[in-house]
Design a protein around this ligand. Structure first.
Ligand SMILES: [Fe+2]
Length: 351
């Protein structure tokens, strides 16, 4: 037996294993030298890129597999690693854009490892085509957005039912929704939570469909009895919305938007901490919008008068912080008169 035959045999077994692994791997495996030249290209890589092994061996990765716009960055990264040994991408799993033989581009997941040799380093790139997954994820996201849009449009349609029955408050809920969502934005709410404020405001008076039209449409000052009847709209709104499993507290907003922080509101006489912040925001937006709108039984308040009124009651009826934010908004140029009704689906979470 030749000396070292055992080791030689052992090494051959390892090389055979390595070859089998590369040949049968699901991922594309590309071996490159320090110049970025391809020295091995497994069958999975052939399938992914549409090149035969012979068509790429000896060519650089940049020339064959990387889009022209990304070549400079690739070459710079390779030079940087060879000069400094610092691994920026090497060893990391990253998403890249790669180019097929037919010049089409696709998204791939890539991990490059370098061998330990300092004299003749080799690079092994493991690559997987994830363009199908990406496409499916985009489609799923688009479907989610469409469903959310349809939900918002449905809520808008419901809000119009109230406006049809209540001619004096046409557009009221939509204007309140815009102001309330703008206050929520200023309070740095998350996009999701702003959506909740917007939609809650959009249907905060839905319970008015339970109030007789002759009361809603009666000109002149309302009788005490009418007012008592009108006040049931909070509870009725809650009863309408509560069975629906919205991802936002829309039923609570409808129920609580006439509560006061000192407990003097209705229907439950809740105090500050017991009232959702969303409801306190809608409550302030509701009163500002109502006061500045004309009613048959009273002229419209000026904006200054309306803001003065909510200031006087800040901390008593209305949340002090919400009042401050509301006043700052108008002071910095926000105008409730310039609302574009086409903006109703303007919420950025739908873009
Ligand atoms: Fe109301």
């Amino acid at each position: 037996m030749k000396p070292f035959a055992f080791l030689t045999r052992k090494r051959n077994v390892s090389l055979d294993c390595l070859h089998t692994l590369m040949e049968s791997a699901i991922d594309g495996i590309i071996t490159m030298d320090c110049k970025g030249r391809i020295i091995a290209f497994n069958p999975a890589a052939e399938k992914i890129f549409g090149y035969s092994c012979d068509e790429v061996i000896g060519h650089t990765v940049a020339e064959k597999l990387i889009p022209r716009s990304l070549r400079k960055a690739h070459e710079k990264g390779l030079d940087h690693f060879l000069a400094t040994g610092k691994k920026v991408i090497i060893g990391q799993r990253v998403e890249v854009t790669a180019k097929r033989a037919d010049q089409s581009l696709f998204t791939a997941e890539l991990e490059v490892i370098a061998d330990n040799s300092k004299t003749t380093p080799l690079f092994f790139a493991y690559l997987r085509d994830i363009s199908g997954q990406k496409h499916a994820a985009r489609e799923s996201q688009q479907r989610t957005i469409e469903i959310k849009k349809a939900l918002m449009q449905t809520i808008l349609a419901i809000s119009r039912i109230v406006e049809i029955r209540d001619p004096y408050t046409a557009d009221h809920q939509r204007r309140v929704a815009h102001l309330a969502a703008t206050i929520a934005e200023s309070l740095k709410f998350s996009e999701e939570r702003i959506d909740g404020v917007f939609l809650g405001a959009l249907i905060h008076d839905i319970g008015k469909i339970a109030v007789p039209t002759e009361i809603l449409a009666r000109p002149g000052i309302l009788l005490d009895e009418d007012i008592r009847y009108l006040q049931i709209h909070c509870q009725k709104g809650y009863e309408i919305l509560e069975p629906v499993n919205f991802p936002w507290p829309l039923a609570e907003i409808a129920l609580q938007h006439h509560e006061h922080v000192d407990g003097s509101g209705y229907p439950q006489g809740l105090r500050k901490g017991e009232i959702l912040l969303e409801s306190r925001i809608v409550g302030v937006a509701d009163v500002v919008e109502s006061l500045t709108a004309h009613r048959p039984y009273r002229p419209a308040y000026s904006l200054e008068e309306a803001l003065e009124l909510i200031s006087k009651r800040a901390g008593k009826w209305y949340d002090r912080q919400v009042v401050t934010i509301c006043k700052e908004l108008f002071k910095s140029g926000y105008s409730i008169d310039t609302i574009d009704m086409d903006e109703l689906t303007w919420r950025s979470s739908l873009e």
